[in-house]
Design a binder for this molecule. Structure first.
Ligand SMILES: Cc1cc2nc3c(=O)[nH]c(=O)nc-3n(C[C@H](O)[C@H](O)[C@H](O)COP(=O)(O)OP(=O)(O)OC[C@H]3O[C@@H](n4cnc5c(N)ncnc54)[C@H](O)[C@@H]3O)c2cc1C
Length: 479
């Protein structure tokens, strides 16, 4: 498979053909105007490109890929540019072409009877959520980057996020999709069918493929009946064991509501958020661990709060939690969520932060945390681990902040050692080195460690079928 630096830049003739497809206004070649497409928000990956194309229809996307394939031009699909593994950013050579889905931002249809939304791939997640809400439904995907990421990007990464515990991942909520492939064809029927057993499921190949097979141009997503009543609480826990026990404890006692979020945060994470994000201590008595719990219900107002109060009272009696604060109004709800969603940003102000995104069977979370911290401290004594995340899904963002007296660059130079140690603990517990962020550039070298040669061979064969010249996002995902 060709690597990114082996691709030549598009010739003047090819640039002209691209320009003719998207229109002069929608091809960006100016360095300054390209800049936002060439770096991600943390500046961890900064690349260069021959141009950025902004197609306005699915047919234009397909036509771009056809020309690129004919002339062997490397393509980097881009949605909202919020990905965390460098998959949406071109390499440094400057020969690749970024195809941004920004202009494919139309919600095509909401089918209230079938409870589905048909939309173009460039619809911002928050806009899809808002349109669903207005129609009386809930859009199943939610994450802290909702204001910027696009549904096509969510599909291409099989995003997880805050509601997996209630609705499942993006994959589980996609009924159909259409994608442009390098031959110039648009494949996939946009059918809103819940049942359609008609052979191999090509849809699932494009979900989580990180733009290495083609470009998703539109999709049909499931909607869920909206919850009308929610209750939100921060609770304190003495240790991760109790936090994990709380999940089953709650589930087995729910009478009138559903568990829609369960997020674990360590004390250090809360301290960072208080220090840098204008956050407030959620509990009067600090606890070593915190769990943010959301219950949601339909029907009678107060149902979720009824369950929350009853169950947390019992959990307190049982010694599972040390304290609890219940949001009493919208402002408090917002403040509670801000504290959780600001976790990554708060770490930015504490110097270097090494990120990892692992998952383990939920029951193994305490072991993951204990062994993970111990391994990290062997490598960087004085490092400050800040594990937090979607505990209900067994998914932790096992981030580590630098020791206070280290230089940022010295700490970041240990990225590979630290993440390897954390990943190895996750693998030893039957877990994954990438729960929801994907492989991209960052974790590509892990593919041969986690998949058998036969699995890698099958993936390469699938790639070769759709993309025989390897123009789609080269150097990402597949080793
Ligand atoms: C603050 C913050 C919080 C986050 N929280 C979560 C979280 O809780 N859960 C989670 O899963 N992720 C999370 N992420 C990561 C990121 O938001 C998701 O991976 C998201 O799904 C990426 O969508 P995007 O539109 O930004 O895609 P991009 O970043 O633009 O692209 C990501 C990948 O998808 C490909 N791609 C994009 N659009 C298409 C398309 N139409 N067709 C084919 N390929 C395409 C790109 O080539 C790239 O490989 C978070 C990120 C941030 C910054």
């Amino acid at each position: 498979m060709k690597q990114p630096h082996e691709f030549a830049p598009p010739s003047a003739e090819v640039m002209e053909r691209f320009s003719a497809i998207v229109g002069e206004k929608h091809i960006i070649i100016d360095e300054e105007a390209m800049r936002p497409f060439l770096r991600e928000w943390r500046d961890k990956y900064v690349g260069r490109a021959a141009c950025v194309l902004l197609p306005g229809s699915e047919e234009e996307v397909a036509a771009i890929l056809k020309v690129a394939n004919e002339h062997e031009v490397a393509i980097v699909p881009q949605g909202g540019n919020t990905g965390l593994v460098g998959a949406q950013i071109p390499f440094e050579g400057g020969n690749e072409v970024v195809v941004s889905l920004k202009r494919l931002n139309r919600i095509i249809d909401i089918d209230e009877v079938g409870a589905t939304m048909t939309l173009q791939a460039g619809v911002i997640l928050a806009d899809a959520q808002e349109a669903a809400r207005k129609a009386g439904f809930a859009f199943p995907v939610d994450l802290a980057a909702a204001g910027s990421c696009m549904v096509g990007g969510n599909l291409a990464t099989n995003a997880g996020g805050l509601n997996v515990i209630a609705y499942g991942t993006t994959r589980e909520n996609c009924l159909a999709l259409r994608a442009a492939i390098p031959s110039g064809a648009l494949i996939g029927r946009l059918t809103a069918l819940r049942k359609d057993n008609t052979g191999y499921d090509l849809r699932d190949l494009f979900i989580g493929a990180e733009g290495t097979l083609g470009i998703i141009t539109s999709a049909v997503m499931k909607l869920h009946p909206a919850f009308t009543d929610t209750a939100l609480a921060w609770v304190g826990a003495e240790n991760p064991e109790n936090a994990v026990r709380l999940i089953t404890f709650m589930r087995s006692r729910l009478e009138r509501s559903t568990l829609t979020a369960m997020e674990l945060v360590c004390r250090l994470g809360i301290q960072f958020a208080i220090r840098h994000m204008d956050g407030r201590d959620p509990l009067t008595t600090p606890a070593p661990w915190y769990v943010l719990i959301e219950l949601s219900a339909r029907g009678e107002a107060g149902s979720a709060m009824y369950d929350m109060e009853e169950i947390l009272g019992a959990a307190f009696e049982e010694g599972l939690i040390t304290d609890a604060a219940l949001a009493q109004n919208a402002t408090q709800r917002e403040a509670f969520w801000r504290l959780r969603e600001g976790m990554s940003e708060a770490q930015k102000y504490e110097g270097g932060s090494i990120k990892s995104d692992i998952s383990v069977p939920v029951a193994k979370i305490p072991e993951m945390i204990e062994s993970g911290i111990s391994e990290v401290l062997k490598i960087v004594p004085g490092a400050r681990p800040v594990p937090f995340g979607h505990i209900g899904d067994g998914n932790l963002h096992f981030n580590v902040s630098q020791p206070e007296d280290w230089k940022k660059e010295d700490f970041l130079a240990r990225w590979e050692d630290v993440t390897t140690a954390i990943n190895e603990v996750a693998l030893s517990l039957g877990g994954s080195i990438s729960a929801e962020h994907g492989i991209g550039r960052m974790k590509r070298h892990w593919m041969e460690r986690i998949h058998s040669p036969q699995e890698i061979e099958a993936m390469r064969a699938i790639k070769a079928h759709f993309d025989p010249k390897g123009i789609m996002n080269p150097g990402k995902l597949l080793p």
